[in-house]
Design a binder for this molecule. Structure first.
Ligand code: SF4
Length: 494
């Protein structure tokens, strides 16, 4: 016999979104505006929206606590929700915090996926001038952010080390009055590291970020040099940085070419062998390719997703064996899902991080809202230039390009995203949609950005719901940035 409960007129619904993950009895994912979530059955959702949920049940209490419903005679949930929402969007208050200086476009590599965002070693006209560098430092300090990251990009920035030196010294001199918290990072192959560079890095607390695409056979194929020794030289650079500046002074990023997708375990094993505690498994982006090689190097997102799931399973197994190695993108998404805080990651923000969170000072004195936007320039697309380093930050951020990016950069208002249960954890990437679909708004049904985030978020939510004890604990250890063995065990221990 079915008992129909009378409508409970004492509770009201708060705005939420939902998505069907599967047909199981907790197959519906509900997400609140605050980013809190619950898994429900279809019958429970039906009861909820028809206000027939019995009070005093655990589900009712969960829905109340997680801001899906409120009681008319209860406390006002809006101040709490507003505080949570404000924390999630706190990145908006600081202004651009990431400042990328493209000191040169010259490079000794001839990477297949980077044919248009580099220049030959001896090329001229591809270095940032001292005058432009001075202006760029002025723009940096016009940002109100109390925490700033100065990142040197190329090409290969160590080929223009005098300019790196000039900028670091100018920033530090100015900061003796400004008193901001400033972090310096050089993105480098580490092939041009010498004692002079290491001395300077030690003196000024500079960190390095390098590229390690896996074992030698993959890395050398991805990153050809005339001597065919890119992998060996990068490993030598990692060793030298660690010896001089400490183990944490160098991190590595992976670029996955089509062939890499066949070797998830080999790539991860290489990171274990080189004693990194984090790996970032990034798909190729559509920037910087010569048009002719794009079709050869690019791959369907579904292939990447299958690779990623296999890699994640392997990483969880390794962590269970006591090897600490987290995956960067999963850690970031878990921060978005399980905490009320902003991760600071500029590519997964709404409003979009380009320009608002990051600025790029190009070697030619142009200012761009992201590294991808300036790479599009090298492909012949100059439309995303904000202006020149000589213009004040306020003028740059009022440029028509920023207007365009913002009008297409708020995920909560975009077609497809507005109704998506993942929107509290996802972002808008108008530059990627512009690059791939020639439209900054883009169509989510054909969007590689959406396909990736949809698949990875679904996978992570399923792991959070169904994963065994080891999986849950490994994911939590990544979130907490702790070793699995150091993670407190919940509950009483007898
Ligand atoms: S990009 Fe896709 S996954 Fe992300 S919020 Fe929009 S529709 Fe959802």
């Amino acid at each position: 016999m079915t008992v129909l409960l009378a409508t409970d007129a004492t509770y009201r619904l708060l705005p939420f979104r939902f998505m069907r993950l599967d047909e199981s009895d907790r197959g519906l994912l509900l997400t609140a505006e605050t980013g809190e979530y619950l898994f429900l059955s279809e019958a429970q959702l039906d009861q909820l929206v028809n206000r027939r949920l019995p009070r005093h049940t655990p589900l009712y209490k969960d829905l109340l606590a997680r801001h899906f419903i409120y009681e008319i005679d209860g406390h006002d949930p809006l101040p709490e929700m507003a505080a949570q929402y404000r924390s999630r969007k706190s990145f908006l208050f600081g202004g651009p915090a990431l400042h990328l200086f493209v000191v040169t476009l010259r490079c000794n590599h001839t990477c297949q996926y980077c044919q248009v965002s580099r220049a030959p070693l001896g090329g001229s006209g591809h270095d940032l001038s001292a005058e432009h560098a001075r202006h760029a430092v002025d723009r940096l300090f016009e940002s109100p952010s109390p925490v700033l990251t100065v990142e040197f990009q190329g090409g290969e920035p160590l080929l223009a080390f005098d300019r790196v030196r000039q900028i670091v010294e100018a920033v530090q001199a100015r900061n003796s009055e400004e008193r901001r918290s400033i972090r310096f990072v050089i993105s480098s192959t580490l092939h041009h590291l010498d004692e002079q560079v290491l001395d300077f890095a030690q003196e000024h607390d500079i960190h390095f970020s390098t590229s390690l695409d896996g074992p030698a056979f993959l890395h050398d194929a991805n990153r050809p040099t005339p001597e065919r020794d890119a992998h060996a030289r990068t490993l030598d650079g990692i060793r030298r940085v660690r010896e001089r500046l400490g183990h944490e002074a160098v991190s590595a990023l992976t670029t996955l070419a089509a062939r890499s997708l066949e070797y998830p375990e080999a790539i991860i094993d290489e990171y274990v062998e080189q004693q990194f505690d984090s790996i970032s498994l990034r798909p190729l982006s559509p920037y910087g390719f010569a048009h002719s090689s794009r079709q050869r190097l690019d791959y369907p997102m579904a292939r990447y997703v299958a690779f990623y799931k296999q890699a994640l399973a392997y990483l969880i197994t390794l962590n269970g064996q006591g090897i600490r190695l987290s995956e960067g993108y999963a850690s970031l998404l878990l921060t978005h899902i399980l905490t009320p805080f902003a991760s600071g990651y500029v590519d997964l923000r709404s409003p979009a991080g380009a320009g608002i969170g990051a600025l790029v000072y190009n070697y030619d004195g142009g200012v761009y809202p992201s590294d991808e936007a300036r790479m599009l320039l090298e492909m012949g697309e100059a439309g995303l230039r904000l202006g020149s380093v000589e213009q004040p930050l306020e003028t740059l951020l009022r440029s028509p390009v920023m207007g365009l990016l913002l009008s297409a950069g708020i995920a909560e208002g975009l077609p497809g995203c507005a109704d998506c249960a993942f929107v509290p954890y996802c972002g808008a990437d108008p530059i990627e949609h512009y690059a791939r679909q020639s439209d900054p708004v883009g169509h989510r049904a054909f969007s590689a950005f959406c396909q990736k985030n949809m698949a990875l978020l679904q996978h992570l939510f399923r792991l959070l719901r169904d994963g065994d004890d080891l999986t849950q604990r490994v994911l939590l250890s990544w979130l907490a940035r702790r070793r699995l063995a150091d993670l407190p065990v919940p509950g009483y221990r007898g």
